[in-house]
Write a protein that binds this ligand. Structure first.
Ligand SMILES: [Fe+2]
Ligand SMILES: [Fe+2]
Length: 241
């Protein structure tokens, strides 16, 4: 029993872990409010996800030898990037953009000048990979790359198959369509590269090289798509006569 943490102790430990992650540079009340608000997000944008993004953002700042002030802007933007999800998912970047001004003004006034607040808010606005353009600043680029995480070929295949399963496509059609989609998105002229930040290409160079190698191994990729289709339950539903 002595080793069991009470709920309050657990909360304190959690707060400390967050504070340490940001090198104790985020104002306490502001941080606590953000953590509470994010805890009300949907599972895909929960505290675990935001913590991963903050960790990766910090790592990229270190890799780029970013100055202290810019690093702080990245910390705050990573913390706030999904703050809008609590209210609505499809427009959460826009909601987060507005909330950035509101929360910083109310809970952490006088720390950031107008330009810095705008840089943080813009990074929140531009963080989504569905953005059509490259992020407009280095801070935005870091947050966007941290949010996307390391390239994961199997994960992209899974998502693409899942999307088509919902549309009740047949196996042969799914396999062909997913491979076509992957080439269109991640091939040499793929549309993914139009909006993906350069710093992500450098930071994840090894992972992206590995990704491309897998993509152009047509036989293995088609097999992976087929296996994923079966694993996700494709073809197991008997069609009514
Ligand atoms: Fe997001
Ligand atoms: Fe996110």
């Amino acid at each position: 029993m002595e080793n069991t943490l009470t709920l309050d102790e657990e909360r304190v430990r959690e707060d400390q872990e967050w504070a340490r992650l940001f090198d104790y540079r985020i104002q306490k009340e502001f941080l606590r409010h953000c953590i509470y608000s994010i805890s009300l997000n949907d599972p895909a944008h929960n505290l675990g996800h935001v913590k991963d993004v903050c960790r990766l953002g910090k790592e990229i700042c270190g890799d780029l030898h970013l100055g202290e002030r810019d690093t702080l802007l990245v910390y705050v933007a990573c913390l706030l990037h999904d703050i809008g999800c609590r209210y609505e998912r499809s427009q959460h970047h826009l909601i987060g953009y507005g909330l950035t001004y509101e929360l910083l003004g109310r809970l952490w006034p006088d720390e950031f000048n107008d330009d810095e607040v705008m840089t943080i808010a813009t990074a929140v606005l531009e963080h989504r990979s569905s953005n059509h353009y490259k992020p407009s600043s280095l801070i935005s680029s870091i947050v966007s790359v941290a949010d996307s995480g390391a390239p994961d070929f199997a994960k992209y295949v899974r998502r693409a198959v899942q999307f088509r399963l919902k549309k009740n496509m047949e196996e042969l059609h799914v396999v062909e369509d997913v491979y076509k989609h992957l080439l269109e998105k991640f091939g040499a002229e793929g549309y993914h590269w139009k909006s993906y930040p350069e710093i992500g290409m450098d930071f994840f160079k090894k992972e992206w090289d590995d990704f491309s190698e897998k993509l152009y191994d047509e036989k293995s990729t088609l097999e992976l798509i087929r296996e994923t289709y079966v694993t996700l339950g494709g073809g197991s539903v008997t069609q009514p006569n």
